[in-house]
Ligand binder design. Structure first.
Ligand code: UT7
Length: 328
C-alpha cells in the first residue's frame, strides 16, 4: 500500500485569559463594532505576564503526539515555527524539547517564516520524512505576539492573540497524506510587517525602548491586498500539482488573519464558505498557531473526516506565503 508523509496527529493550546473587544475599548480608541466588522474578531486569548509561552507549545505538542498514537520518545526531529521565540538565543525549540522530556538527543531548530511558518515547517517535515532520514517529525507553531504588541496602537493591538498548535508528520497509509505544496515569498515586501529593534540591525537600547521600536508594526491594508492573491495563487498551483480541481476540495483551512481576507480568498477560489474553517472570532490572529488551531477544532467537532481533501494556506511577514494540499 502506498505510504506518504501526512499529518498523523494535531494538537493545540491557548491561554486561559480572554481579552474581549470590550476590554480593548478601555485601552485604545476603538469599538467592538469596528473590530468585528473589519476583522471578524470578537475576542482573543492573551498570556498573563507570569505565564511561559513554551508551556503552550509543550501542551499542543503533547496533544498532537497522543493523537498520533505515539509517545514523546518516538519523536526524532522538532521544528518550531515562530515569529518571536522564547529567547533570541537559543530560540524556542530546546524549551519544548525539555518540556516533552524527550530523552533522545534529537535535532531541532526554530523556523522564522512569518505567519506562513507552520505551512513551511510542514513541507520541510514532509521532505525529511520522505527522504527516510526521520520517521516522526514534530512541527510546533508557537506564538506569543502579545509580548510584542503595542497596547497603545489600535491598528495592531486588536488583531493578534496567543496560542500554539502542533502536528506530527510521519508516513501514513491509505492514499492519505500531503499530496502537493507550493511555497513562495516576495522579499521586496519585507517592510510590511516588522519589529524594528531588538535584532542585530538595531540592537536594544534605551532609545529603542523609548521609541517603542520593539513592538510589531504593520502596513495592514498593503498586507491585506497581497494576502488574498498570494494564497489563491499558491493554492491553485498546489491543486494543479496534485492533479485536483477546486471541485475536489472538501475543506480550506486558511491562516486566520482577518475574516474579510478569508471570505475574499473563498470567493476568489470559488469555494463556498461552508467549506472554509474559520475560528478567528475567538482567537484572533495567532500567526503560526492559527492553522493547527482551526484544524484541531474541525477534527473535534467532526467536520473533518478521513479521506477528505484539505487545503492549508497562509501568508505572513517576509512576506512569505504558501499552500499545501493533503488527503486527511
Ligand atoms: O498574518 C498577517 C498579519 N497581518 C494581517 O493579516 C493584516 C491584514 N490587514 C488587515 O487585516 C486590515 O488591513 C486591518 C484590519 C489591519 C485594517 O483594516 P482596513 O479596512 O484595511 O482599515 P485601514 O487600515 O484602511 O483603516 C481604516 C480606518 C483608519 O482611519 P482613517 O485614516 O480612515 O480615519 C484607521 O485609523 O480605521 C482606523 N482604524 C481603527 N479604528 C478603530 C485602524 N484600526 C482601528 C481600530 N479601531 N482598532
Amino acid at each position: 500500500m502506498k505510504m506518504r508523509p501526512g499529518i498523523a496527529g494535531v494538537g493545540c493550546a491557548v491561554p486561559e485569559r480572554v481579552l474581549t473587544n470590550a476590554d480593548l475599548e478601555k485601552l485604545v480608541e476603538t469599538s467592538d463594532e469596528w473590530i468585528t466588522a473589519r476583522t471578524g474578531i470578537r475576542e482573543r486569548r492573551i498570556l498573563r505576564a507570569d505565564e511561559d509561552p513554551a508551556d503552550l507549545g509543550i501542551a499542543a505538542a503533547r496533544q498532537a503526539i497522543e493523537h498520533a498514537g505515539l509517545f514523546p520518545a518516538d519523536i526524532d526531529f522538532l521544528i518550531t515555527a515562530t515569529n518571536v521565540s522564547e529567547m533570541l538565543v537559543p530560540g524556542s525549540s530546546p524549551f519544548i524539547c525539555e518540556g516533552l522530556k524527550i530523552k533522545k538527543e534529537i535535532p531541532f531548530f526554530d523556523l522564522i517564516a512569518g505567519c506562513t511558518g507552520f505551512v513551511y515547517a510542514l513541507k520541510i517535515a514532509a521532505d525529511l520524512v520522505s527522504s527516510g532520514s526521520y520517521g516522526n517529525v514534530l512541527v510546533v507553531g508557537l506564538e506569543a505576539l502579545s509580548r510584542f504588541t503595542d497596547w497603545q496602537d489600535r491598528s495592531t493591538c486588536v488583531l493578534f492573540g496567543d496560542g500554539a498548535g502542533a502536528a506530527v508528520v510521519r508516513k501514513i497509509s491509505g492514499d492519505r497524506g500531503i499530496l502537493a505544496s507550493c511555497l513562495a515569498a516576495d522579499s521586496s515586501k519585507w517592510d510590511l510587517l516588522r519589529i524594528d529593534a531588538g535584532g542585530v540591525k538595531t540592537p536594544a537600547s534605551l532609545q529603542t525602548v523609548e521609541q517603542r521600536q520593539h513592538y510589531l508594526k504593520m502596513a495592514g491594508s498593503e498586507v491585506f491586498k497581497s494576502a488574498v492573491q498570494m494564497m489563491a495563487e499558491t493554492t491553485e498551483k498546489a491543486l494543479a500539482q496534485a492533479q485536483l480541481s477546486k471541485y475536489d476540495i472538501d475543506w480550506v483551512v486558511p491562516h486566520q488573519a482577518n475574516r474579510r481576507i478569508i471570505t475574499a480568498l473563498a470567493k476568489r477560489l470559488d469555494i463556498p464558505m461552508e467549506k472554509v474553517i474559520v475560528n478567528i472570532e475567538r482567537y484572533a490572529n495567532t500567526s503560526t498557531a492559527s492553522i493547527p488551531l482551526a484544524l484541531r477544532e474541525a477534527l473535534d467537532d467532526g467536520r473533518l473526516q478521513p479521506g477528505e481533501i484539505v487545503v492549508l494556506s497562509a501568508f505572513g511577514a517576509g512576506v512569505t506565503y504558501g499552500s499545501i494540499v493533503l488527503r486527511w
